[in-house]
Design a protein. Structure first.
Length: 199
């Protein structure tokens, strides 16, 4: 699952670039998905994928479980009291809010939705280690769909750079590749189901 340059990612026509101006883009990934039919949106795909559980590899699941255990023991994962003031959703315009297909602040696992447009979704997570955001986007080309994943991190304390350095190899070598493989598997199921319904 290839990483792409920050420059390539920032060239995409996405709302996130101006919304998160000043928030460091940690890295970006892309995966090509088969184009069996045209007109599929990220929103349509995410709605279908939500009905089916996405599974990461055993190694990624183990790492996430260890991280969640550490978070509970050390108290890392409590949302800060200032979440309502510091949330990235506070940067949204009235137009952004009207276009979002999912209400801002809706829980999505450990994350909260900042917005979901037809082909772009931004989720955020804020705790005592990081204030992070994950951007998903889907673009249709003449031969495939391209799914992009961007990861942003804003420091919340002096511990943030240390924490990110500690998890960096696990994040890049295990967690995000596994997440993208699960996206590919969900896309395959989604495509098969769509073809079955069309027959």
């Amino acid at each position: 699952m290839p990483q792409i340059s920050k420059h390539e990612f920032e060239e995409l026509p996405l709302r996130v670039h101006s919304l998160l101006a000043g928030v460091p883009l940690l890295d970006a990934w892309v995966v090509d998905l088969p184009r069996n039919r045209s007109g599929v949106t990220l929103d349509t795909f995410l709605q279908a994928a939500k009905a089916r559980r996405r599974t990461m590899s055993p190694a990624a699941q183990a790492l996430v479980a260890i991280r969640l255990l550490l978070g509970r023991v050390l108290g890392w994962d409590r949302e800060p009291a200032n979440f309502a003031w510091d949330t990235f959703a506070a940067r949204l315009t009235t137009n952004d809010l009207s276009k979002s297909l999912v209400p801002t602040g809706t829980h999505d696992g450990s994350f909260r939705v900042v917005y979901r447009f037809q082909n772009e979704e931004l989720l955020e997570l804020m705790n005592s280690t990081v204030h992070g955001a994950m951007l998903s986007a889907l673009f249709e080309t003449s031969t495939a769909y391209r799914f992009y994943l961007g990861v942003y991190v804003r420091e919340v304390s002096n511990f943030t750079p240390i924490y990110m350095a500690l998890i960096d190899p696990f994040r890049k070598l295990v967690v995000y590749p596994s997440l993208l493989r699960s996206i590919c598997a969900a896309w395959t199921r989604f495509s098969v189901e769509a073809e079955t319904l069309a027959d």
